[in-house]
Design a protein around this ligand. Structure first.
Ligand SMILES: [Zn+2]
Ligand SMILES: [Zn+2]
Length: 476
């Protein structure tokens, strides 16, 4: 692994189940200190280093975690070696964990820091380029001392537990800035802290068509700091009835033959550029990455791995597969929003109409093991254009689509994201999938689960770059 020199901040993401086990181990009725080790996959991003908690090794009191010669307690050299070797073998960073008493504030003691200086240079040798470090938890706080090399240490900025009700832990409470006057009305609901959290978020939107364009509009007006929007299509005249911000002048006039338009060098506006225009009109300070590409292009998928949330508004099986994989490998929550008009095959009559929102929680709800990624269609979509022509692949009849159906799905998805992010969702709220059937005025709540043994939400959980994404070959 290359030397890490560029990064100055680190954050840690923990799947809720792993954090639940760790919490139970550390915070026992005895009120004492306990120890463990986390093996974390590592990504270096423009936002600093992200550590993804993949393995948890619990240290047994009196055997692996014993009274130390200098400090209060210590992990035994034997336990440390066993864990660091396992981490090195799996390409993971080694993070020693213990707890301190208290709730909202935590820091290492002088003895803790001295033990890092004594121990970590040698551990870095064994880890062969992966970081070594330590984490200390209080009930509602976390701090970290991460060693990238013997010369370069960084502090943990925060830790995120990526469960149904995501939870952020800092070393100490932070005083929020007063919200910008533009956001006064919503900050009265979210609080200055909530508004500041939204401004710090980086959100991916996959698909800038009917639903994606609405999600883009909502997020940019809400004051999200950074959007990454991915779509490879240009706008067409038939999209104007649904794509927010699209103008007639963005599309090829219907009277102009495509051939002549090409000869004149005339090009319709890419959907991502329309999204960018809308977002910047809503918030001139927004950071906006317009990615004119398919999500199955590796360079496009790579742009999402350091997001805080992703909205999936592109309805291909490959898009579902890639985004579902990013959710579980990189511990990023996803909201999939879609609409469907089912027609009766023989009569052509309308059989059902619905808008649906599915929240994917890393390690907990998954499109793969819920049977929502059709393997046959996935293979058909992966075929090259030539192969598809040979298979006489026909599925090109456009589906019915209506802006109001899209709006129900988009608004519900953004609502759900919003209230969990600003911390207003009740801890007892269940992240079930919601389907609205307007013809029968019926809301269905769909149970979500993850199947034991599923590679996507199980084996690959928090694997980060150690498990490649199901994207196109990089050479293409
Ligand atoms: Zn300590
Ligand atoms: Zn699964």
């Amino acid at each position: 692994m290359a030397a890490r020199t560029m990064n100055s901040t680190a954050c840690l993401r923990l799947p809720a189940a792993l954090m639940g086990d760790l919490r139970e181990h550390l915070f026992r009725p005895d009120g004492d200190e306990h120890g463990a080790v986390i093996g974390a996959s590592v990504i270096e991003t423009g936002r600093g280093i992200r550590l993804l908690a993949r393995r948890l090794f619990l240290a047994e009191d009196g055997i692996d975690y014993v009274p130390g010669e200098r400090g209060h307690r210590m992990l035994t050299p034997c336990f440390v070696l066993r864990c660091v070797r396992a981490c090195a073998q799996q390409g993971l960073a080694y993070l020693a964990v213990h707890n301190h008493p208290g709730s909202d504030r935590v820091a290492f003691s002088g003895d803790d820091m001295a033990s890092h200086r004594r121990g970590y240079p040698a551990l870095l040798d064994i880890l062969d380029g992966s970081p070594a470090g330590a984490l200390v938890f209080a009930r509602n706080a976390a701090a970290g001392d991460i060693w990238l090399s013997p010369q370069h240490q960084i502090e943990l900025d925060h830790a995120v537990v990526t469960g149904r009700t995501p939870h952020v832990l800092h070393p100490a409470p932070r005083k929020p800035r007063a919200a910008d006057a533009r956001y006064d009305r919503q900050a009265r609901l979210f609080g200055d802290r909530g508004q500041q959290a939204l401004g710090a978020q980086k959100i991916g939107i996959v698909g800038a068509g009917g639903i994606g364009s609405l999600v883009n509009e909502y997020l940019s007006r809400l004051g999200i700091g950074h959007l990454v929007v991915i779509d490879h299509d240009p706008i067409e005249a038939t999209n104007i009835s649904r794509v927010v911000g699209a103008r007639a002048s963005d599309c090829k006039p219907t009277w102009l033959p495509a051939k002549i338009a090409r000869l004149l060098g005339w090009k319709p506006t890419p959907k991502v550029r329309i999204a960018e225009r809308v977002a910047k009109e809503a918030n001139p300070d927004i950071r906006f990455d317009a990615i004119e590409a398919d999500i199955v292009d590796p360079h496009a998928a790579d742009r999402l791995v350091d997001c805080d949330a992703i909205f999936l508004a592109a309805d291909t099986m490959r898009a579902r597969h890639v985004v579902n994989s990013i959710c579980h490998r990189y511990l990023i929550p996803v909201w999939q929003a879609g609409t469907k008009v089912h027609l009766n095959d023989s009569t052509g009559d309308i059989a059902d109409v619905f808008s649906v929102v599915r929240r994917l929680v890393p390690g907990e709800s998954c499109l793969w093991c819920s049977g929502l990624i059709d393997r046959t269609r996935l293979a058909e979509e992966a075929a090259s254009p030539q192969q598809r022509a040979a298979q006489t692949y026909i599925d090109e009849i456009p589906n019915p689509s209506v802006i109001t159906l899209n709006a129900v799905a988009a608004a519900h998805a953004v609502d759900d994201y919003l209230f969990t992010t600003v911390g207003l969702t009740s801890p007892s709220a269940r992240a079930e999938w919601i389907r609205h059937h307007p013809l029968s005025e019926y809301f269905a709540q769909l149970k979500t689960a993850s199947e034991p043994g599923c590679p996507q939400c199980g084996g690959h959980l928090a694997a980060g770059p150690l498990e490649p994404l199901p994207v196109r070959e990089r050479s293409q």
